[in-house]
Write a protein that binds this ligand. Structure first.
Ligand code: SF4
Length: 343
């Protein structure tokens, strides 16, 4: 890859002018990167004392229903143009796309998209929503930020799905250009992050979740439930209690079934019983919107009014129907305001 095709990264400092060592400050790994080397995510490289984003413009495109992004309160039953980026800073045992998450960008042979090309595709599809996800959009920070900014200028809505393990400043910068964020919580303690994802910190991610919540953007949280990850009923309860105390009972929480993959290929998928017990524990805390992802046509895929229990949005594996809710987001039966973005 020639230097002229590289895109200079942001959020780094030069540590030593003589040996041109650099420290990246995009995420809390704060990698020290020597001349010619890359950081832990493989996507940021020190070339002669400058840090470059190697994966600027790398992505796969698809159009999908927004529910496929596992977001339920942001334009339900809409199509979203999804930009699926490369590389990740975490290394989770159950990663569903390890080849993509840990690709060496210098071996990438796919097409690169400039932000305006990506937006052109998005607008041509007729979709009014742009979604960034898979593997970890913040590792493509500069490209995602540039593209999201352009999307906003063109009147599109922007969703980002992230693991949340990034420094406050880049997250705050990105929030200027997004309308909704979903964050995948990997565990409710730092040891769990270390064991299952090779690093990361629940304590740090809580701060990021709070920043997103305080920004007023729509926020949804996810956690994979499985005994062998120590993500069980008590973990679901603990997370829900934290949501209630530090955020709001209106923040949706998705409890997802583990689909065996990568280093969990030999695991048994999470049982329906464990998911239902975890769901019950989360609901007991008083949070209003809890969903079980991964069990087709389960009742908990639906959104009910937290006041009168009216069925507001029904979901099956194949279809979503927005039923008894106004465009302003009020329950048609009792007028309770629902935390949902419809227009
Ligand atoms: S973004 Fe990559 S290079 Fe930068 S600190 Fe995180 S893992 Fe290291």
């Amino acid at each position: 890859m020639s230097q002229s095709t590289l895109h200079e990264a942001e959020y780094y400092e030069i540590l030593n002018q003589e040996d041109v060592s650099i420290q990246c400050h995009l995420c809390p790994f704060d990698c020290i990167i020597n001349q010619g080397e890359k950081g832990k995510c493989l996507a940021r490289k020190n070339v002669d004392g400058k840090l470059y984003s190697l994966n600027y413009g790398f992505m796969d495109l698809k159009i999908d229903m927004i529910e496929k992004q596992q977001v339920f309160h942001f334009f339900p039953n809409s199509r979203a143009q999804t930009f699926s980026t490369y590389n990740c800073n975490l290394d989770c045992d159950y990663c569903s796309m390890p080849e993509k998450a840990h690709l060496d960008p210098e071996t990438y042979t796919g097409k690169k998209f400039a932000p305006d090309q990506a937006i052109m595709f998005g607008m041509a599809s007729g979709s009014k929503i742009i979604s960034f996800g898979e593997a970890e959009p913040f590792i493509s920070f500069e490209w995602v930020r540039d593209t999201a900014k352009l999307a906003k200028e063109r009147g599109l809505k922007v969703l980002v799905r992230t693991n949340g393990y990034f420094h406050e400043q880049p997250v705050s910068e990105m929030l200027e250009y997004v309308d909704a964020v979903t964050i995948d919580i990997k565990n409710v303690n730092d040891e769990g992050y270390e064991q299952s994802c090779g690093g990361g910190s629940f304590e740090h991610i809580k701060k990021i979740v709070k920043i997103v919540f305080d920004s007023g953007k729509l926020l949804e949280l996810h956690m994979v439930i499985h005994e062998d990850l120590n993500n069980d009923v008590e973990a679901a309860r603990k997370l829900a209690e934290w949501i209630k105390e530090e955020l709001s009972v209106e923040v949706p929480l998705h409890l997802s079934r583990l689909i065996p993959s990568h280093r969990t290929k030999n695991f048994i998928p999470t049982s329906k019983e464990l998911l239902e017990s975890s769901y019950a524990a989360a609901k007991e805390t008083g949070i209003q919107y809890v969903y079980i992802d991964g069990i087709p046509d389960h009742d908990t895929l639906n959104t009910y009014c937290p006041n009168c229990n009216e069925l507001l949005i029904s979901r099956t594996s194949y279809a979503t129907e927005v039923r008894r809710i106004s465009l302003q987001g009020n329950c048609n039966k009792c007028q309770t305001k629902i935390n949902v973005v419809l227009s």
